[in-house]
Every structure is written in structure tokens, then in C-alpha cells.
Write a protein that binds this ligand. Structure first.
Ligand code: PHE
Length: 460
């Protein structure tokens, strides 16, 4: 187990790939990607997102996995020990902290949405027959406005996560991911085919891929960047921790490309499953976080075998969410376990409970719920604030510093040893890490600062 004298390890490359894909593929792809693409205006957002995944996400994934494997510890101690080894300040350990804290904030609301998925799985089992767009919207809004039901579901989701993480790397994490990820892929494919045949497929395609770059404001660009990090599980310590369980002989760049490809494929498939239905039923593509819950049930209500397909879909979405949430809990657990030597089960339960409590606020902050009228910064709900803080600030800033660390503060030779790839590929990666990634991330922020502060000042 992690934290005992022998640091834990994945049992094979396949197990690692499945765990990392499991971490990456989750609510970010199936719940978040479609509605953010919808709010972002479609095509241009999607193209930009894919570009960010390729040019920033993949190099960052490679960097984070390498740091993890080199450090062989929890994110904080990994950052500290590599910094020390390279004769750099121990303050780099703060990057580990920002990951652990970010992951804790994310899991608090991630588990709530995971709970929604569990609740919908139960609803799907009794069928959505006869549900039209209005009724479907109403069902969802009534559910999230309920002060108790979503909390129970949120608790169940967190309990499952805690149960798996408590069992450790090979006994818990690995077993959960190796069968279920491939199953998710198959069912999603089925849904795409169904939507394609019965829904407005061409309109969906046009919406997702025809770029209208005017729709891209600075904030939308930051959303696309944040989503690419979120979706790949970057800069939250998750990937670093998973990297620390990685055997030496696994090729990191190859793995990173596989992970990113699977992750993007699932996001696009989710879009292709959801938008044909959105357009066929006249739903609003920019309708926000309820999109997947309001659209797909309509299709399940009408298709033959809808009860089976619907239940299966939400079951697998729950699994995808769980394989991500375990990776959100793991960094904090591995750190506390490493520092205190406390029993893994106890640590997991305590962190899980705290995250659960923080998550209840996100539920109470939903429209119509107990704190539904509480808003911050021009209309953000509690969940929006946590989401914005992690996706749009902690993740990109954390990733930027991580790239600066790897590109400028760790020796080139150390990274070459870790990656063991041919010279040309290494040079491309190193160039992206040193220059393109930090500058691009910085530019996205500078653009927003210009839009929101400097331009209005000059105009006024
Ligand atoms: N990548 C996960 C998803 O798309 C979420 C996640 C973010 C997991 C950060 C771990 C770390 O659902």
C-alpha cells in the first residue's frame, strides 16, 4: 500500500492506462463538456478545446506523470524531494498543496453531481416513458431543489468512493477500472448511433464543428482551457499520484497520448449523443449544468428497451464518475498517510466526510434549494464559485508553474532519463513545456485581464 515502506505500484501497463483513463474520463466529458460547449457557442469552442488538449494538455500530462514517477511519493513530498534533488527551493512543494486543495474542492461538488447520476440511475430503472422536454426539465429542477434527496445520493456516491480508495491501489482502484471503462465506451457508442438515427444529427454536427470564432470571448477561451485541464485531471495531484505508482518500464509519452485520445473521444461521443436530442426537442444547448439530465431521459423514454439502455447509461456514467472521484481523493489520502502513518482506512473516511460536508453547500445552493438565493460575483452559485476557482484559476495557474518547474528548474537530463524517448520527440516536448505552454496559459489570462480591467479603463 502507498505509504508503507514499499510504495504501491500498478500491476501492469494496462491497469495503469485504465486507471488514468478512468481518472480522465468522467463527468468532465459527459456532463461538463456538452454544456460548456453549448454555452461556449459550439464549434469554435470545441476546436479550441481540442487544440488545448493536444498542445498543452498532452505535454502537461507527460510532465506530471514523469514528476510522479520520479518522486515516488504524494504530490507535496514529490515536488519537495525533486526540488531538493535539483538544488531548488522547497517552496515548490506548494504546487503539491495547490493540487491537493484543488482536488478536495472539486471532489466536494463532483460527488454531488455523481449523486445526481446515481439518483437518475434509479429513476431510469422505472422508466422515463412519455417524458417530453418540459416534463424532463421540470423533473430535474424539482430534484435539485430538494433539500434532502440529492444529499442522500451525494452521501452514497462519496461512500462508494471512500470504500474503493480505502482498499488501496491494486485491491481497490485497479479492480474497479479495468472492466468498467471499456463497457462505458460501448454503451456510449450505442447512444451515439441511436441519437444519430432518431435525432437531428446534421444539426448537431454543424453545431459541434462549424466554428464561429466571434462567439469566443476571453472568458470562453479560459473556459476551454480550464475544461481541457479538468478533463485530463491535470494539476490536481491525481495524475502525479498515479504516476508515482507507475512501473519504470512504462512509456510515459505513449501512455499520455492514449489517455488524451480516449478522453477526447469520449467527450466528442457525449456531444454526439446529446446534441441531436437537444435539437430534435428544441431544448436550449446553452442551458447549463442540467443538460445531460434533461436531454437523455427524453430519448430513453422513447427508444425501444429504453429502460435497459437508460439504466445502463447512468450506471456506467456513475462508474466513470467514481473512477475519477477516487483519483480526486487519492492525493490527499496518500499525503496524510505518508506524513502521519495513520491507518489508510481512517484517513480516507475522514477526508471523504469533510468533502461530503463541503459538498452539501453546493446542493443547498442550487436554484430553489435552501441557499438558492445566495449568489456571488454577479450571479454565481456556490457550485459555480468552486468550479470557477478550481477549473479556471487553480488548475491553469498550477499547470503553468508545473511546466515552468519542469522546463526551467529540473535538469534536462533528469527528464530525458525519465522519458527515455528518441531525441526528436524529446525536443518537441521540451520546447512545448518550456515555451509554448506557459506562454499560452499566461496569454489566456492576460487576455481576460485586458478585457475586464484594462479595456474598460481605457474606454472610460
Ligand atoms: N477528469 C475528471 C473528469 O473529467 C475530473 C477530474 C479532475 C479528476 C481533476 C481528477 C482530477 O470527470
Amino acid at each position: 500500500m502507498a505509504g508503507s515502506a514499499q510504495h504501491a505500484q500498478w500491476s501492469s501497463r494496462w491497469a495503469f492506462i485504465m486507471a488514468a483513463v478512468g481518472s480522465a474520463v468522467g463527468l468532465g466529458n459527459i456532463w461538463k463538456f456538452p454544456y460548456e460547449a453549448g454555452e461556449g457557442g459550439g464549434g469554435a469552442f470545441v476546436i479550441l478545446y481540442l487544440l488545448f488538449v493536444l498542445v498543452i494538455g498532452v505535454p502537461c500530462l507527460v510532465a506530471e506523470l514523469s514528476l510522479g514517477r520520479r518522486g515516488q511519493k504524494s504530490p507535496v513530498m514529490t515536488m519537495k524531494s525533486i526540488a531538493e534533488e535539483e538544488g531548488r527551493s522547497k517552496l515548490w512543494g506548494l504546487l503539491g498543496w495547490s493540487g491537493i486543495i484543488g482536488a478536495f474542492i472539486i471532489i466536494s461538488f463532483y460527488s454531488l453531481v455523481g449523486g445526481w447520476v446515481l439518483a437518475y440511475m434509479v429513476k431510469a430503472a422505472s422508466g422515463f416513458a412519455g417524458l417530453d422536454a418540459a416534463a424532463s426539465t421540470e423533473t430535474f429542477l424539482t430534484f435539485i431543489a430538494d433539500p434532502v434527496k440529492p444529499i442522500i445520493a451525494h452521501f452514497c456516491f462519496m461512500a462508494i468512493t471512500v470504500g474503493i480508495v480505502a482498499r488501496g491501489v491494486q485491491g481497490g482502484l485497479e479492480k474497479a477500472v479495468t472492466v468498467l471503462m471499456p463497457a462505458l465506451f460501448v454503451i456510449l457508442l450505442l447512444l451515439v448511433v441511436y441519437s444519430g438515427v432518431t435525432g437531428e444529427f446534421t444539426q448537431a454536427l454543424a453545431f459541434l464543428f462549424e466554428p464561429n470564432f466571434h462567439a469566443l470571448t476571453g472568458d470562453k477561451i479560459l473556459n476551454a482551457l480550464g475544461l481541457s485541464f479538468f478533463s485530463l485531471s491535470l494539476a490536481m495531484g491525481s495524475i502525479m499520484t498515479y504516476g508515482s505508482y507507475l512501473p519504470k518500464d512504462v512509456n510515459i509519452p505513449k501512455s499520455a497520448i492514449t489517455i488524451a485520445a480516449a478522453d477526447s473521444a469520449v467527450a466528442l461521443m457525449a456531444g454526439l449523443a446529446i446534441f441531436p436530442i437537444v435539437f430534435a426537442y428544441g431544448l436550449n444547448p446553452g442551458g447549463g449544468g442540467g443538460l445531460v439530465f434533461m436531454t437523455l431521459p427524453i430519448a430513453f423514454g422513447q427508444m425501444p428497451l429504453g429502460i435497459v439502455v437508460g439504466t445502463l447509461f447512468f450506471a456506467l456514467l456513475a462508474v466513470a464518475a467514481i473512477t475519477s472521484s477516487i483519483s480526486l481523493l487519492e492525493p490527499g489520502v496518500s499525503y496524510i498517510e505518508e506524513r502521519t502513518g495513520m491507518d489508510r482506512k481512517k484517513v480516507t473516511a475522514i477526508i471523504g466526510l469533510l468533502a461530503f460536508l463541503l459538498g452539501t453547500l453546493s446542493s443547498f445552493g442550487q436554484p430553489g434549494n435552501l441557499l438558492g438565493d445566495v449568489h456571488f460575483f454577479g450571479g454565481m452559485s456556490i457550485m459555480d464559485v468552486k468550479d470557477y476557482l478550481t477549473n479556471n484559476i487553480i488548475m491553469p495557474v498550477g499547470a503553468m508553474f508545473m511546466m515552468i518547474f519542469v522546463g526551467w528548474f529540473v535538469s534536462r537530463k533528469a527528464m530525458m532519463d525519465e522519458l527515455a524517448i528518441e531525441d526528436r520527440s524529446f525536443r518537441i516536448w521540451y520546447f512545448l513545456v518550456r515555451f509554448i505552454c506557459p506562454v499560452a496559459i499566461f496569454a489566456v489570462f492576460a487576455n481576460i485581464i485586458y478585457d475586464t480591467i484594462i479595456a474598460p479603463m481605457m474606454a472610460g
